[in-house]
Design a protein around this ligand. Structure first.
Ligand SMILES: Cc1ncc(COP(=O)(O)O)c(C=O)c1O
Length: 283
C-alpha cells in the first residue's frame, strides 16, 4: 500500500485510494482490515483508515464504476482464499489488467495464499494470463518459518532509500528458510505434484458431493479447495474431523476450506477423505 501511495504521489497527481474486493482477505493490520472487504473483520476496529474502496469480486464493471482520479491501484487475490475459495471467471483478471493499463493504475495481486505453488504454479497469476505490477507473498514462502515479501516490477519500484523498512526485514534466518524452501520447490517440481494431488483431492471431494446431497459445490485449484453445504454445517463437521485427527478450515458457516501441505501424498488424502466421509455421514 505504501508503494502504491508513493506511485500515486509521484505519477498520478497524489492519487492514494486502492480498490479491493468484497469478501477478500488481505490481513489483520489496521490498514489491511480496511482493504479486507468483510464487515466481520472491519466492525471491531471502526473507524477504519481512509483510502480503500471495496467492490464486488469477479465484476470488472464494479471496478470501473468506482475508478476516480484519486485511485492509484487495484488489489485483488487471484482466487479468494479466506472468502471461501472463490475462483473468478476466466477473463476477470485479464479485464482488470487491461482497465488498470488504460487508466494508469497499478495492479497488485495478493498472493499470500495462492502463491508459492498453492494452486499448482509457482505464482497463481500464471494461470490467469496476467502479470501484476506488485505481488505480495508469505505463507508458503518460508516453509513454516515466518516470512513475508513483496515484489514490484521496475515501473512500480518507486521507493527511495529509507522510505520503507522493517525491524525483521531481510533477516538471515527467514531469508535462509525462504531460499531453502524455494530451492526445494523448484528442484523437486512441486508445481506438477500439486497439480496432480490437487486434481486427485478435488475428484475425491466430488465423490463425496455425489454421495451427500447437502454438499452443493466443490471448488478448487491445485491444493486450495472448498466444499459448500446447503446449510451451516461447518462447525459440526470441522469439530468432528478434528476429534478424528484431521484439521480443516471453517472459512464460512456453510463452507470448509482444504489447504493440505504441498507435499501431501495420495495416501494422506485418502485418509483425510475417509475421516471427512465419516463426519459427513454423522452430520
Ligand atoms: C490473501 C491473504 N493476504 C494476506 C494474509 C495475511 O494475513 P495476516 O496479516 O493475518 O498475516 C492472508 C492470511 O490468511 C491471506 O490469505
Amino acid at each position: 500500500m505504501k508503494l502504491a501511495r508513493r506511485y500515486g504521489k509521484l505519477h498520478l497527481g497524489g492519487a492514494y485510494k486502492v480498490i479491493t474486493a468484497l469478501n477478500s482477505f488481505h490481513g489483520r493490520t489496521l490498514a489491511m482490515t480496511a482493504a479486507t472487504g468483510q464487515r466481520k473483520f472491519q466492525e471491531p476496529y471502526t473507524p477504519l483508515p481512509d483510502g480503500f474502496v471495496n467492490v464486488e469480486y469477479n465484476n470488472v464493471d464494479a471496478i470501473k464504476k468506482v475508478t476516480a482520479p484519486d485511485v492509484c491501484a487495484v488489489m485483488l487475490e487471484p482466487i479468494q482464499g479466506e472468502g471461501g475459495v472463490n475462483i473468478p471467471g476466466e477473463n476477470y483478471l485479464r479485464e482488470v489488467r487491461a482497465w488498470c493499463d488504460k487508466k494508469g493504475l497499478l495492479l497488485i495481486l495478493d498472493e499470500i495464499q495462492t502463491g508459492i505453488c498453492r494452486i499448482g504454479t509457482l505464482f497463481g497469476y500464471e494461470q490467469f494470463g496476467v502479470e501484476p505490477d506488485i505481488i505480495t507473498l508469505a505463507k508458503g514462502l518460508g516453509g513454516g518459518i515466518p516470512i513475508g515479501a513483496f515484489l514490484a516490477k521496475e515501473k512500480a519500484s518507486v521507493f527511495a532509500q529509507g522510505e520503507h523498512g522493517s525491524t525483521f526485514g531481510g533477516n538471515p534466518l527467514a531469508c535462509a528458510a525462504g531460499y531453502a524452501t524455494l530451492k526445494f520447490i523448484l528442484e523437486n517440481d512441486i508445481p506438477s505434484k500439486v497439480k496432480r494431488s490437487g486434481t486427485y483431492l478435488t475428484a475425491q471431494l466430488n465423490k463425496l458431493k455425489a454421495k451427500y446431497d447437502f454438499i452443493t459445490e466443490v471448488r478448487g485449484r491445485g491444493l486450495l479447495a472448498a466444499i459448500q453445504f446447503n446449510s451451516d454445517l461447518t462447525d459440526r463437521i470441522v469439530k468432528s474431523c478434528m476429534e478424528q485427527g484431521l484439521l480443516l478450515n471453517p472459512v464460512k458457516p456453510n463452507a470448509i476450506r482444504f489447504m493440505p501441505p504441498l507435499i501431501v501424498t495420495r495416501k494422506e488424502i485418502d485418509e483425510a477423505i475417509g475421516i471427512l466421509d465419516k463426519a459427513l455421514a454423522e452430520a
